[in-house]
Design a protein around this ligand. Structure first.
Ligand code: GLN
Length: 506
């Protein structure tokens, strides 16, 4: 029998529908794979074995009874630990939430459960989604399946590594500044940040509410479209949710896979290439552009001058919002509570002791930065200026989308770096997201498609690179059309999916 963990979600769905395997067998195969390799990869913080198998058995019984099921029914999935799951630990990678069991499900989790997707477990992440390497998790590092000494990207390194290591065919990530796309790029997986408001944020543990967006992490573009259609759409419990249906995403992916992009204009963003990008990353990027041209697209260069200030604006807006969102972790309501051992036990002193012990260094750094940027004397100089830059970036996008249907760039400037390499240098860490952050500031959707391998900066084995495609808000279908066209062109060049060449684990 074929190894069920090697199949895409779309192929698994067909296999289940044809009765060639049961969901219990598919789920069991993934749990066995987790048991075999997660000791090395550490993608999971919690494995939800019994509940996942119970869901699988239930789906099998319903299928046997002839019930009409969702296309992905019975296909297992992993969920980033920043998404709340009823009855299952949800720590957001932080000690401050250790032991907290949410009493409710996020809307997207409700949708997964209603459609019958067994939830394999919760994946590792940088604490409160702050980071680009998953090294800021309070629960240890996740390792890149391509090279266990390297980072899997972040903050959603656990979800990306789980999918790249064939521990899960599908995963959920969240992207505030790149945390779905950048891990996708460095692990050779597909990651999508939907249009802001396209997938409900109800039940996400918020980092920066105006930037956070949940989305799919998969091995193929079609799988992302299938998952995006399932989790997306209007949710009255999220006031920023778009009250409109999604554009047809699966249809766009299927059409794109036919490989005809004639009539499409692709804009290469001047500011998202060149200095700071590894030569191999740029070489793969230009090869991908050629493939798009061969598929009939017209490639033009567009300039977005305010993108040069995106990183600076992001690192004021994001900490400002995070400092407010994280104020609820006070030692009273959720998870950890630490009482001072010296002196009186007052509310303030419990809060200080709990936060001191429960938050890691990066979280403290950002809370301090955020409260400073919002303080009376500095608000206009920092937070106010950053919001103005945000408007300029939105205008740059509007002007660029008047010249091109989609914008493209490398997803991340470098291939996966070594664990520990950038841990003591916050600025170097922040620079990983130069190409992904503008989309969050403008609310537009983006996808990262694996587009080859390149030598790491210090040489050695080749590592995955990602190709980023951005579309106007609410035009997420364009990501799938262009992404699927690129994917099929690349795979016919390689003769197999990129991940087929990843080293064996276990
Ligand atoms: N790496 C960026 C940060 O540290 C983005 C994180 C994210 O998208 N959650 O903020």
């Amino acid at each position: 029998m074929t190894d069920l963990t090697r199949l895409s979600a779309a192929r698994l769905a067909e296999t289940l529908a044809a009765g060639e395997a049961s969901s219990v067998e598919v789920t069991r195969a993934h749990l066995d794979r987790i048991a075999a390799v997660d000791g090395d990869v550490h993608a999971f913080l919690h494995v939800n074995e019994d509940d996942a198998l119970a869901t699988a058995a239930d789906v099998d019984a319903r299928r046997a009874a002839g019930e009409e099921l969702h296309a992905l029914a019975g296909v297992p999935i992993a969920v980033k630990d920043v998404v709340v799951t009823k009855g299952m630990p949800s720590t957001a990678g932080s000690k401050i939430l250790e032991g907290w069991i949410p009493p409710y499900d996020a809307t997207l989790v409700e949708k997964l459960r209603a459609a019958g997707l067994p939830i394999l477990g919760k994946t590792n992440m940088d604490e409160f989604a702050m980071g680009s390497s998953t090294e800021h998790s309070a629960y240890g590092d996740t390792h890149n399946p391509w090279d266990l000494d390297r980072i899997p990207g972040g903050s959603g390194g656990g979800s990306a590594a789980a999918v790249a290591a064939f521990e899960a065919p599908l995963a959920i990530g969240t992207d505030t500044g790149g945390s779905i796309r950048q891990p996708g790029a460095v692990t050779g997986t597909v990651g999508v940040k939907p249009t802001y408001g396209g997938v409900s944020r109800y039940g996400l543990i918020a980092m920066a509410s105006s930037l956070d967006q949940a989305g799919p992490v998969t091995r193929t573009v079609l799988d992302s479209a299938l998952l995006h259609e399932l989790i997306g759409g209007h949710d009255p419990r999220d006031s920023t949710s778009i009250p409109e249906p999604l554009p047809p995403l699966v249809a766009a992916a299927r059409q794109g896979a036919l490989g005809d992009l004639s009539g499409l204009k692709v804009g290469v963003v001047t500011q998202l290439q060149g200095e700071g990008y590894q030569p191999g990353v740029l070489a793969r990027f230009h090869e991908s552009l050629e493939l798009l041209t061969k598929a009939g697209a017209e490639v033009v260069e567009v300039s977005c001058p305010s993108f040069d200030y995106a990183l600076a604006a992001y690192y004021l807006i994001m900490p400002a919002e995070a400092s407010s969102n994280l104020a609820k972790f006070d030692g009273m309501r959720f998870g950890l509570r630490v009482e001072p051992t010296d002196g009186p036990v007052t509310a303030e002193r419990v809060m200080a002791a709990t936060r001191g012990a429960g938050f890691g260094d990066e979280v403290k750094r950002r809370v301090i930065l955020g409260t400073y940027a919002l303080s009376a004397g500095y608000y206009d100089a920092y937070y106010g200026s950053a919001q103005k830059v945000r408007t300029l970036i939105q205008r740059d996008f509007a002007a660029a989308f008047a010249q091109a249907d989609v914008l493209v760039s490398p997803t991340a400037p470098t291939t996966a770096f070594k664990l520990g390499e950038k841990l003591d240098d916050p600025l170097a860490m922040y620079l990983n997201d130069v190409a992904t952050i503008p989309a969050n500031l403008a609310g537009v959707p983006g996808i990262s498609v694996p587009n080859g391998l390149a030598a790491s900066s210090e040489g050695g084995a080749d590592l995955p690179t990602g190709f980023q495609i951005l579309a106007p808000a609410k035009a997420d279908d364009r990501l799938y059309r262009v992404g699927a066209a690129l994917e099929s062109a690349l795979e016919s060049t390689w003769g197999a999916p990129l991940l087929a060449s990843a080293p064996e684990l276990g």
